[in-house]
Write a protein that binds this ligand. Sequence first.
Ligand code: HEM
Length: 435
Amino acid sequence: MRIAQLNFRQPPGPGDLIALDIDPEALITLQQLQRDYGDMVSVTKPNGRLAYFINDATEVRRILTRNHNKYIKGPGFERVKMLLGNGLIVSDGDAWRRSRRMIQPSFSRRNLHQLINVMVERCDRRANQWADISTSKSECNITVETSDFALELILLSIFGSDYDARILAEGDNPFAFLSRSSKRDLSVAMKAHNLRKLLLSIIEERRAREGLMQFDFLSMYLKAKDKDGQQFSSLELFDELMTLIVAGFETTANTLSWAWYLIAKHSDVEKKILMEIEKCLPRGSKFSVESLQAMQYMQQVLEETLRLYPPVWLFTRRSCELDELSDYDVPPDTDIYLSPFVLHRTEHYWTEPNRFNPERFSQTNAPIKDRPYYPFSLGPRRCIGEYFSFLEMKIHLGMLLPRFRMQLIDNVEPELELAINLRAAKDIVMKLTER
Ligand code: HEM
């Protein structure tokens, strides 16, 4: 009603009501809308709310960067809120600004480089486990392997020595339910709630122990202060730690399992990446910041993997004031749908968009910051863990790829599961042999 009264300029779109949730049907709907109406489409949802699907690279960038203050998080995030309370990924406005300022310094490159040794040590252990798999059954469930690896690594990065001493003290990893199921519904929120007592007791114990020497996210977060000198309360910390765990492991795990799949499928890429590892990391030498930075081709392979399979394949915003995009108006309370998956596979932005070709990201091509590419989002709410995830993924591949060969068991393209995260609908299993 308000929309008609004020005569807003809306992008074209269908007359019917269109349902849009973060589910597999949404991808089909969005691709159809784009085919029929172009890169900016308006729809009315069954609840009467106006929604825009924005696939125009310039306007996506404008929403996420220059005009980000005009938007808050949109539909779908209420589900995530059940699990993550008011942690960084779901909070908005002043609460988000305060947390981001307090947390950002923990993610400085200097801090993250202190985690390299832990990453290397865990990859070493995994190499031993894989050696056993290759001699016993030789089939490797790479979905489970990368999921366990990334979960273990984020927990170690947060809790340091408390990971073994407190989290694993009772035997099984109490967070394992997160890696076993991709559901993020009420049952998962309840299980996460049960971890509250354990996490709050670790937080309180840490507060009591002063002068910690080791680096981990918990000690950094405990020291963080806002502009009034206030620290996080224990309940705020609980939300922030759950946020780090959930945001930090599944995305990286999915990217790594797609990377193994794509490398196995493209022997030329495998050869090139192995040559680079040998050059940057001659046998016997240790991982260093320099060797990781030198692995440029591996960086390209990961970037191309994230182009084809961006874990956060669809995300949303809601306008909180009037905005203008291209020739159109965005009235307040409009839902905005943004899909890296659709944009990364749009033909007028990418030639042969469905082809895996890491050369697209070589330094002779356009700088990555100017690309129609946003697997980590853009602007002030861009992923805080991007550099962490590249360190982790490069060390994982850099250590395991030269020792092990993964081969596809069949030529069937994995079906996609399009939930909050994009992953393979069925676990990817490959043949594992030691080189
Ligand atoms: C390949 C790996 C990853 C991908 C593709 C990814 C993707 C994203 C995306 C798209 C967002 C923005 C969502 C939105 O604004 O609606 C985001 C935010 C975030 N990510 Fe990541 N992420 C990855 C790894 C990580 C890791 C390893 C961590 C933690 C160690 C992490 C922590 C976060 C947090 C805390 C936010 C919220 C930032 C804010 O709103 O200020 N992510 N991520």
